[in-house]
Structure formats: C-alpha cells, structure tokens
Design a binder for this molecule. Structure first.
Ligand SMILES: [Zn+2]
Length: 956
C-alpha cells in the first residue's frame, strides 16, 4: 500500500486555462461575466467555469451586436457537450494539458460546428444529457433547446422552431445507439465483475443515473423536481411580465403563455447559480430570485407553497449539475483521507483516493496528481463489504457495478472498508441539499400545515419545537419530556433557534404534520387517554411515554415484526412520494439501514429515485445509528439488558488503551450498574459505574471516562451526543449537581438527604445555631466527594465530622440541585401564595402546588420540612426558631431569579414568608402519600447510634 502523505504532494494543478479557439473577439466571450461560482454546498470550483473565466479577459460586456446573439446561441449549443463523458481510453497529452483542459479544447472548438449542425442527427454525446437525469419529456425539442437564450428581438426564429414541429429529425434518446429508450425504464442489471479488466465501469460517469423499475415511477421521479406554471417576472429583459415557465430539471424555459407559442427565454441549469426565497408574505408578495450566469430573475407567484416548490426544484437541479461537472473532473481531492493502490480482479491496479464523501479512481498515482480521474464515485450510492477475508478482498458496490478489489493485507483491507464506510456516513450526513432558511421565518413555513399550529400532544397553541424524525410540532412543555425519552424515539429541535432548517426539512413538516402523524400515533386513543395543555408533569410524561415509546395507541404497519417485509417495503416506498407510508414503516420497526435485494439501503434508493423528501425523512431516522454498516444484522443478535434498565445506548468509537491505538466502533449500553460495550454481537468489555471516578468531554466530541485503573477515550459522532453521554454517566456516578429525579433514592428520598438528616437528628438537634453556622470547607468537600462516589453507602463518623459539616453538606446539596426542590415552575407559584390574605385559601393554594410536585420532590420536601420542624422544636436550646430556619433555608430551597438587588431583597422576604408558612403548616400541607409514608421516615431516631460510624473512604 502506498499511502500518500499530503504534504509530500506537489501543488495541485488546476485545470489549465485553454486559450479559446475563438479569439477574444469571439462573440461567445463577449457575453460571459467572469464571476460564476458553483452553488455554495459544493465547494470546489468547476473547472469548466474556471476555464471560461480565464478566457474572457478583455471581453466587451456591453456589446450587443448581432454577433453577440449568435454567441448566445453558440454557447447554448455547446450545452450538451458539458456532459460529454470521457471516452473509456482517452488519449492524453501528458506533456502540456490536463485531460480536462484537453476536453475543454475539444468542447470549444466544436462550438461553432455544433451550432451549425443543429438539425443533423444527434451525436453520441447527446444521449448523455438524458441518460443521467430523469426521463425526458415525451417530445424533446432539441431544436428549441439549442437556440439558447434568444433575445426578444428574435422571436420569429423561435416561432419558426415551434415545439410541435421539431426540426430535429430525432430526439436525443432515440438517436442514441447506446441508450435505447427501454434502457431508461428497465433497471439495468447490476453487473458483477467477473475476472475481467474491462473498463465499462468507467464509462458510466454519473452516480445519479436513475434506474427505474416501472414507467409510472419513471414519470414520477422525473416530475418530482420538474415544475411549470405562470410566474410574474420583474426587472428582466423578458418583454412581458406574466409568463409561463417550464422547468424540467435541465432547463428553465419561459413562454408567453401556457400554449407555449412563443419561447421568450431559456436558461439551462448549467448557467444557474442559486435560487432563493426572497419574500414570503402576501403583503410584499411571494417572491424568489433565480441567480444565473449573466443575470438575475425576480419571480413572483401566488402562494408561498409555490415559491418553495420552485426554489427546491431549482436548487436541486443546480446542485446536481455541479456534481455532474465534478464527476467529470474529479473535483478537489487534495489532502485525502486515504489513498493507495488496490488490485482489481484481473490483476491491474487502481489508484484509489478517498476524501470526504468522494472516492476517485485513477490509473495510477501520477494520474491522480494530474487530475486524470477515471471515475468519481459519490459514496452515498455505494456500499462496501468483505468478499474474502483470507485473501483481503472487498467488494465496492456502485449504483451500476460491483468492483472487486484486493488489498495488500488484512489490516489494509479493513482500513479501506472503514474509510469507505466513513465516506458513506459523511455522504449521508451531508445530504442537506437546500441552503438553510432564516430561523425566524421557519415557523411561518411550518405553520402552512395548519395542524402544526397546535401541539401534537397536548394541543397547546403556537408550538415552537419540532420532532424532526416524526415531522410534528410540540409545545415547550412537551418538548421537555420528549427530550427525556431517548432520541431513538424523538429528536427534538427548536423551530426558532435551530439553524438547520432546509427547504426539504420544512417541506417534510408540511407533508407530515401533526394531523397525519397522529393518525398513526393516536389511532387507538380514547378521549380518556388524551391530555390538555394544563395537565401536570407526571401525566404529561406518562402520556408521551405511552404514545411514543410504548406506542400504545399506534396503528402499526401490517409488516410489523417481519424485518425483511418491513425492509423491502421501505426500500420500495421510498421510490415514491408516499412519505406517510415511509414514516409508518419506520415507526413499525423497519430498519433504516436495511439493504434490499437490489443491493441498496432505503436512503440510497430514495436518492436514486430523486425523492428528496424521502431522503430527508430517512436521514432524520438515520443520524444516531452510527456507521455500523459492515454487519447490519449483527446487532440484533446482541443480548442487551432489559430495556427498562438501559439508560442510554448507541455507537461510540472507542480507542484502545495504548496511545497509538486506533478508534474502533463499539456499541455502548449504560445501565444503572455498568457501562457495557459490544463488538459485533459479543460483549467486549464492562466498566462498573461505581468504579468510574470521572467523566468529561474533551475537545469537541471525545469522551474521557476515568476509573482508578485506567481511562477510556471514546468519540461520539457530534458534540451534542458526547455531552449526552457525559451527562448520563455523570448522573449515575454523582449525586451533587444532578437533577433530583436522577438520584438513587431510599424510599423516594435521595441517599444524601436521608443520611445527612439522620445524622443531624441524632447529633445536632441540640446544637446551638445548627444550620446557621457553617461547617469546615474541607470537611464539606470530603463529604461531597464521598456522596458522589457511593451515596448509598456513606456512613458519617461523628468523631470526624461535626454536625455543622453535615448541615452545610445538606444545604450545599439542595443549593446545587440544577432546579429548585420546588421545581422552577412551582417555585414562583409557591412564593406568590404569601400574598394571599385568607389563611384557608393560602393553605389550599400551597397544598395544591406542593401536591403537584413530582413524587421524589414531594417526598424529599416533606422529609426535610418535618426535620426542620423537629429542629425548631428545640429552639430554646439550639436557638433555631421557625423564623430562623426559614431565613437560612430560603436561598437554599428557592431559586430567586432577579439579579437586580432590590427586587431580590423583596423576593427573599416573600419567599421567606412562604417557607415559614410551609414549616408552620406542615401537618395540613403534606397529606399526600400518607398511607405509604416511607419506612425511613418512620424509623426511630435511635437508628444512627446503632451503626458503625465510619466514613467509607472511597476515591476521596
Ligand atoms: Zn404540548
């Protein structure tokens, strides 16, 4: 294996500018502004454009002689040539020209010729226009496409070439010997390479070549990104304002009206730069801008929906076009992820280079350095697998062909496979075709589906959160609980804050939306099961769990339980625009990574059939699944702990113990006791949660888990994922600063609270200033660490720790809870009760709010308050009256929001009053769960003296 070190590589030669065959006075040169760039998502410049740019120096842009018009036409006539694939065994002029520039030369020199040969039967290159895109319209009118962007002064010549009487004797497709019409409709068989060295795999230049199983599908696929309709155009050279515009994913044609009598203008997709929504409201009109090579078109249409569809269709065409050109040139492959030779089955070597999502094949390394690509493969429509491990053989499946390749050794083979899988993963993550839309506008677009204006779960108005894998909108409260259930079920994003809203994603929300989604999710729901905006948190969480995790009301697909049936059905349905069926199959358990009998995953099928919405939906279900594509079926055979015990699971790349070890993909499962990681189907290692001393995020998405013995480095696929893992593990290994609902408890009360209170009850009730005086910082810190390490087993030694140390520890625990023990929502309500004058009303209100707390908060609160009451009963000795205790505990138990000091002081007074009320009225207030008073609360105070009072020193 010859790995290329990027730094050793000579500077890459850009495609060399080829002096145009026509001289600088050529009409062609006159009309091309030199500033064309490819659309933003695909960064490398288009060499054909670079070329154009460089040949245009000194061009007279303002000239409008008849010559210029001819120039337009010439340029247009060369349009098909852009797609001209390289011949299988191109002759190369290695000395002076790169292959691409050689082609450019051929292209340019044929400009005039091809124009004057318009009416001749098409050349070989013509077929490639359609062979790689959707099916052409029924009556292609080459004569019409070719005249190019005719200025209005020449309408007659256009009329003469009426689309109904094409002057061209044959359509492109029919005339091509290599592409009989049927080949576009019948799926070409996937060629399995025998022992050959034929280069036929090279001639299929475009990974986007669709193969379509049924003629109806073909039409659908072709039409999915084609549009036509009336648009109002302003500030353009088109003479009329209201025009009929037809876009077929290759060209945009403007006609005088829908009869298409007069062709006013024509813009090939190769000249388009970008399409953007410009205005989305009725007041200023629904507008979009099409930026093309020479000029801008401002279009206006009747509805916002229409604007979006136009922009999506145009953007998709522009991106595909850019990729097509890149496929011809190889694109920018500098600083590759991996490069080296692989042997083909016939013994010939191929130099393969992988960068990001692209795999480029070259005859040899020199060709790579010279940009002479044989084929550029976009890995999103590829897959890779081991053919023969003992012989280091692997198979790279392309959309049209399987390439059998042999590496030098096993390690190299595995490295290639993992790099290709990485490329596929990148490709599938990069599928965002449209640019993102302005965040504040997104809501309006999503609300175009009116069912999205009401929370899919509780029916609150104006929801601002979205579940991207389900295509629904939810309110903030419901979003909070959606985030608590696993991302396997619900991936929540903010509509107004999250920046990644592409037209395709928005369209998905318009197509699915709350009403359609609930047809599945609430199919079997009764009136009794439903919730309203005012339900409490417990009811809300229960509902969301029942609806999305247990899917209690769900209408499953008939294939449920049949993995193959689900998978095949999924791969079929994604070829159509039936988004809802795709959603149902996915939610019924279809594997988004299933590989169909045709050899494609659903996402690849959707791409091949030009179904951007399907791609978007599949992608939303794909993100968290990691890149384990080598053994898709294997994980199902892993014996996982019962799901009720799994706190978090998913793929992480795990590094071995040595610094030079590589990252390998492992499936991690976190349970309350262990962090288990799997290699394929077997358990590769277990880390006891109690042995973990620390866990943190390092850099962007690396997770470092430390135990006393060693530290583990893992890598998540993104920063958010890393943070979630660290949080989940932290909550298992820590007590302080962890939400109370994640604490291990004894009968509903966190161990730390229970242990500290028992200690104070035993030794501190008669201590002067208990809870008012501070403990020693270092002792408090020791206790904190002891609780973090193993809260359930901490026993406090009264000879080592003073009651004040323990009291401070308890206060610190409450103060560092991420949320007030009264919960953020209820704190304010509780504080407000202080202003109620009637005592009975006040108590009723307080009781209502306290009863509404989550159970662990309620029990802990009651336990603490009862303890404080018993402290206050000794106030003659300890000097801690109810007033004093309330004063000490107010800042500990409430989170007062106002930073403004005056406000805060007022608020403290009020909060203080409320806490005073709670302590004083505890007997009437805490009546809930009275029948099940925890056994701990009932234990005699003697309890502590019976224990061996040693602190268990663990990892202090
Ligand atoms: Zn809601």
């Amino acid at each position: 294996m010859t790995d290329i070190k990027p730094k050793l590589r000579p500077a890459r030669r850009p495609p060399e500018p080829q002096p145009a065959v026509a001289d600088s006075s050529s009409p062609y040169s006159n009309v091309r502004p030199p500033n064309r760039k490819p659309p933003p998502p695909v960064p490398p410049p288009r060499p054909d454009l670079l070329h154009r740019t460089s040949s245009e120096h000194g061009a007279d842009v303002t000239s409008s002689t008849p010559k210029e018009k001819v120039g337009h036409m010439n340029r247009q006539s060369s349009f098909p040539e852009v797609y001209r694939p390289k011949p299988p065994t191109p002759t190369r002029n290695r000395d002076s020209l790169s292959e691409e520039s050689a082609y450019q030369s051929i292209r340019d020199s044929s400009i005039h010729q091809s124009f004057y040969q318009l009416d001749d039967s098409s050349t070989d290159s013509d077929y490639h226009i359609y062979a790689h895109g959707p099916i052409p319209e029924q009556n292609p009118t080459p004569a019409k496409q070719r005249p190019g962007r005719l200025p209005p002064e020449l309408p007659k010549s256009v009329e003469n070439r009426s689309p109904r009487t094409p002057t061209s004797p044959a359509s492109y497709v029919q005339s091509s010997p290599r592409a009989p019409p049927n080949s576009l409709i019948e799926p070409p068989p996937i060629a399995v390479e025998e022992d050959d060295e034929t280069e036929d795999w090279i001639t299929v230049q475009h990974s986007f070549q669709p193969f379509i199983s049924k003629p109806e599908d073909a039409k659908k696929a072709a039409s999915s990104m084609a549009r036509e309709g009336y648009l109002t155009v302003s500030k353009s050279r088109i003479p009329s304002e209201k025009i009929w515009v037809k876009y077929d994913s290759k060209t945009l044609k403007c006609y005088d009206n829908e009869e298409k009598n007069k062709l006013l203008d024509i813009v090939p997709v190769s000249e388009m730069k970008s399409a953007e929504i410009k205005s989305d409201n009725a007041k200023s009109g629904f507008k979009f801008v099409l930026d093309t090579f020479p000029e801008q078109y401002n279009f206006k249409t009747g509805t916002f929906e229409d604007v979006q569809l136009w922009v999506m269709a145009l953007t998709s065409g522009i991106i595909k076009e850019t990729r097509r050109v890149e496929e011809l040139t190889g694109g920018n492959m500098e600083n590759p992820t991996k490069a080296g030779y692989l042997k083909r089955s016939g013994g010939k070597k191929l130099f393969m280079v992988i960068k990001d999502q692209y795999i480029c094949c070259y005859h040899n390394q020199q060709d790579y350095l010279d940009n002479k690509v044989l084929r550029r493969i976009d890995s999103k429509t590829s897959s890779v697998r081991i053919q023969d491990r003992a012989k280091y053989k692997l198979i790279l499946s392309l959309c049209d062909k399987e390439l059998k390749l042999q590496a030098e050794n096993e390690e190299d083979m595995l490295a290639w496979i993992s790099t290709i899988q990485g490329a596929i993963k990148i490709a599938l993550q990069n599928l965002d075709d449209g640019g993102s839309l302005p965040a504040m506008e997104v809501k309006k677009y999503i609300y175009h589906n009116s069912s999205n204006r009401i929370c899919a779960d509780c029916l609150s108005r104006d929801p601002e959160w979205a579940v991207i894998n389900l295509g629904i909108t939810i309110c903030e409260k419901c979003a909070g609980f959606h985030r608590k259930i696993s991302t396997d079920f619900s991936k929540v994003k903010s509509i107004t804050l999250d920046s990644k809203w592409t037209p395709a994603r928005i369209k998905l929300f318009q197509e699915i939306g709350n009403k359609n989604s609930n047809k599945f999710f609430q199919y079997a729901i009764t009136q009794y099961d439903k919730i309203n905006p005012n339900v409490n948190d417990v009811q809300r969480l229960e509902f969301i769990k029942s609806k999305y995790v247990k899917k209690e009301f769900y209408q499953f697909s008939k294939f449920k339980g049949d993995a193959k049936g689900l998978g095949e059905a999924l791969c079929e349905v994604v070829k159509t625009d039936n988004i809802l069926e795709t959603l149902n199959l996915l939610l019924s358990g279809a594997d988004v990574k299933y590989v169909s009998t045709e050899g494609f995953s659903p996402i690849q099928s959707a791409i091949l059939h030009d179904q951007p919405l399907q791609v978007e939906l599949l992608q939303a279900h794909y993100d968290d699944l990691g890149g384990e594509m080598l053994n898709p079926g294997k994980l199902s055979s892993v014996k996982l702990p019962p799901s009720s015990e799994i706190i978090k699971q998913g793929y992480l790349d795990k590094k071995g113990p040595q610094t030079y070890d590589r990252f390998l993909k492992r499936y991690f499962v976190l349970t309350p006791k262990e962090l288990i990681y799997h290699k394929d189907a077997s358990v590769a290692g277990r880390i006891s949660v109690s042995s973990i001393t620390d866990v943190s995020v390092q850099g962007n998405c690396e997770i470092v888990i430390s135990t006393q013995q060693r530290s583990y480095t893992c890598r998540a696929s993104n920063a958010e994922e890393a943070r979630e893992w660290v949080e989940a593990i932290t909550w298992k290994i820590k007590v302080f600063e962890v939400p109370i609902e994640h604490q291990d408890t004894a009968d509903g009360i966190p161990y730390v609270v229970d242990t500290c209170i028992r200690f104070i009850a035993e030794y501190g009730l008669q201590e002067e200033g208990i809870y008012r005086k501070s403990g020693r910082n270092n002792m408090v810190e020791q206790l904190r660490k002891a609780f973090n390490a193993d809260a359930a087993n901490v026993v406090i030694d009264p000879e080592v720790y003073s009651v004040h140390d323990v009291a401070s520890t308890l206060k610190k625990y409450f103060r560092t809870l991420p949320e007030s023990i009264f919960t953020q929502r209820r704190s304010d309500s509780i504080i407000c009760t202080y202003s109620i004058n009637s005592k009975s009303e006040k108590i009723e209100a307080l009781k209502g709010f306290l009863d509404d707390l989550p159970e662990v908060n309620y029990r802990t609160c009651r336990y603490l308050i009862k303890h404080l009451v018993s402290v206050s009963e000794h106030y003659r000795i300890n000097l801690m009256s109810v007033d004093n205790l309330a004063l000490v505990f107010t800042p500990t138990l409430f989170r007062l929001q106002h930073s403004n000091e005056e406000m805060a002081i007022g608020e403290v007074d009020i909060a203080l009053g409320s806490l005073h009320d709670i302590i004083a009225e505890h007997e009437v207030l805490f009546r809930k769960f009275d029948d099940t008073l925890s056994s701990k609360e009932m234990l005699p105070r003697k309890f502590f003296s019976e224990l061996s009072l040693k602190v268990k020193q663990r990892t202090l």
